[in-house]
Design a protein around this ligand. Structure first.
Ligand code: FSO
Ligand code: SF4
Length: 549
């Protein structure tokens, strides 16, 4: 195996024996093969689409194949084998689609090579042999660190965008242009321009552009179905009674579980990136959605162990379940772990409910503690006039976006320290799971405007962008001219696509930590520094001084 797609990769270079995330070498190789197969499918689907013929099943499959390989999603080789077998069918389907449209147009189909010629192996051994010849390590050797790294930057960005496109699809929103781009970019990676630095950089920025569209689709889907998040005080300590904890990012899974548990005497808690759900009118209306439990994903072993109920993982980030809670944790959607019960597409959550009823539940109410969440773009726009007045009156000097994903590595205390050292006349916007490092601290307010505005999940970076653009409009300047600094923590591939979106928008001076991606080669880093002045975090003191200068 060779994997360097996330921030915790071994030695900042690559996982080669087993993933720090818990991914086995076999699972990692199967994931690489699935991505290779998806490229073959996209080679045909891209050409068919250009001639006017598409197939939703093919589009959705490529998106699911990519999302499945995101860090901390699918650890189950059996499910991956099944996906690879399905990729074989999808390749045939995409090829037939291309032949059909060529025939209709009186065109001779191109003879495609590379992944388009892939043949689905019958057994796992053969899959692993194939995977070895398509490994990332091979490409690093063949193309060098810069080119192979840029190719992977595109793949990882697409993986992140796939997650958002998939969530939007689940809520009924899809877009032909977004699907077409997945095929275009995957096909691009098999062509001659995939070894041209300039073309690779341009395609990376295009991933950022399409990701903005995908995040917009998801924002529209979430708010269309569940209403706009509204500022909401939520409980972060348990209440007495039976309990289910819902983690991941999927709003619909939570909704369905809430419906299935109504009147059953079970309290539902959000975990991790599900916290923002408590601010959506269509979800917070359920009385038995009682609050949030625990912190960011990397603390789950301790927190799930202590949780006296069942746990449902709707997407990443799952870690190896401990024996103490393996029988009461469940997966659904694309997330999977070997020997953990998986709830299928029928979304019958009976096993989750039964496990919650069989568990002790919380014996007592804990002392009540609350935080305020729900500052999506709609809520912030409602207070925009007050915010603009406060800036003009000099009461708010600067805005910070301190957001992104959390992780287990030391060095992430930087983000807590930074948030705490931000001067009192500044506002902090935050999103994604990195906020758990500081979201329960008291930040107070500036003339009624909270100093800490929780915008939501990682995909709500879309909201942050809308807010920044609205501020820039109000002050008649560009986003880069605003008194706004962005300090981002990254962990997995959704953070990669968000970063590409910010770069596509021309946002400068982003500070990135805790370390820079291993797949960014030295020359590519120079390009990012020269064009975007992107910089690694240093110390909170030094960075703050620079950002406030
Ligand atoms: Fe975090 Fe995990 Fe949401 Fe990621 S829970 S790390 S960037 O999946 O997507 O922020
Ligand atoms: Fe390593 Fe991250 Fe890949 Fe897991 S996803 S194998 S931790 S680089």
């Amino acid at each position: 195996m060779f994997c360097y797609q996330c921030e915790q990769t071994v030695g900042g270079k690559g996982c080669t024996k087993i993933g720090v995330c818990g991914k086995t070498a076999e699972t990692s190789d199967l994931q690489d093969l699935l991505v290779y197969a998806a490229q073959g499918i996209s080679m045909y689907a891209h050409r068919a689409g250009q001639l006017g013929l598409t197939d939703r099943a093919v589009d959705q499959f490529v998106v699911e194949a990519l999302f499945t390989t995101v860090t901390n999603v699918n650890f189950d080789p059996v499910r991956l084998e099944a996906l690879i077998a399905k990729a074989g069918q999808m390749l045939d389907q995409a090829k037939a689609l291309y032949s059909e449209v060529c025939q209709k147009n009186g065109k001779e189909p191109e003879h495609l090579i590379g992944p388009a010629q892939w043949k689905v192996p019958g057994k796992r051994d053969e899959m692993l042999t194939q995977a070895a010849s398509h490994s990332i390590a091979n490409r690093v050797e063949a193309y060098g660190a810069d080119i192979a790294g840029l190719q992977e930057l595109i793949v990882y960005g697409l993986k992140g965008t796939a997650a958002y496109a998939d969530h939007a699809r689940i809520l009924g929103i899809e877009d032909d242009g977004v699907y077409a781009f997945f095929h275009e970019a995957m096909d691009f990676l098999t062509g001659p321009l995939a070894s041209d630095v300039d073309a690779l950089v341009a395609m990376s920025l295009k991933v950022g552009e399409v990701n903005l569209k995908a995040m917009g689709l998801l924002d529209g889907a979430n708010t269309g179905v569940y209403g706009h998040p509204e500022p909401t005080t939520v409980r972060v300590t348990p209440v007495k009674g039976k309990a289910i904890l819902v983690s991941g990012h999927d709003l619909k899974d939570l909704d369905l579980l809430l419906k299935q548990t109504e009147g059953k005497g079970i309290n539902i808690y959000t975990h991790g990136e599900m916290l923002p759900c408590l601010a959506y009118p269509g979800l917070k209306k359920y009385k038995h959605l009682v609050g949030n439990y625990g912190g960011a994903w990397q603390d789950q072993k301790k927190e799930f162990d202590a949780f006296p109920g069942s746990i449902l993982m709707t997407t990443n980030c799952i870690q190896k379940p401990q024996e103490t809670y393996k029988a009461r944790i469940f997966t659904t959607g694309l997330v999977a772990w070997p020997d953990v019960v998986h709830i299928g597409r029928d979304k019958d959550f009976t096993p989750v409910i039964d496990a919650a009823l069989a568990a002790d539940g919380f014996a007592e109410d804990a002392e009540e503690k609350t935080i305020t969440i729900g500052f999506g773009h709609n809520a912030v726009m409602n207070v925009a006039p007050a915010v603009i007045d406060a800036v003009k009156a000099g009461q708010i000097k600067h805005f910070f976006l301190i957001g992104g994903c959390d992780g287990a590595k030391p060095g992430r205390n930087y983000f807590t320290d930074l948030a705490q050292q931000v001067p009192d006349d500044c506002v902090i916007m935050t999103l994604a799971c990195g906020k758990y490092r500081f979201n329960k601290l008291p930040f107070g307010d500036i003339g009624g405007i909270p100093r800490l505005l929780d915008i939501g999940q990682c995909n709500d970076a879309y909201s942050a962008i809308q807010i920044a653009v609205a501020l820039a409009d109000a002050f008649e300047c560009g986003v880069n001219d605003l008194p706004l600094s962005m300090v981002l923590s990254w962990y997995e591939q959704k953070a990669v696509c968000i970063l590409l979106t910010l770069l596509h928008l021309g946002i400068q001076n982003i500070k990135l930590g805790p370390t820079l991606p291993a797949f960014i080669g030295p020359n590519v880093l120079n390009v990012l520094v020269e064009n975007f002045n992107i910089a690694p975090i240093t110390t909170p003191e030094k960075d703050l001084a620079e950002m406030l200068a």
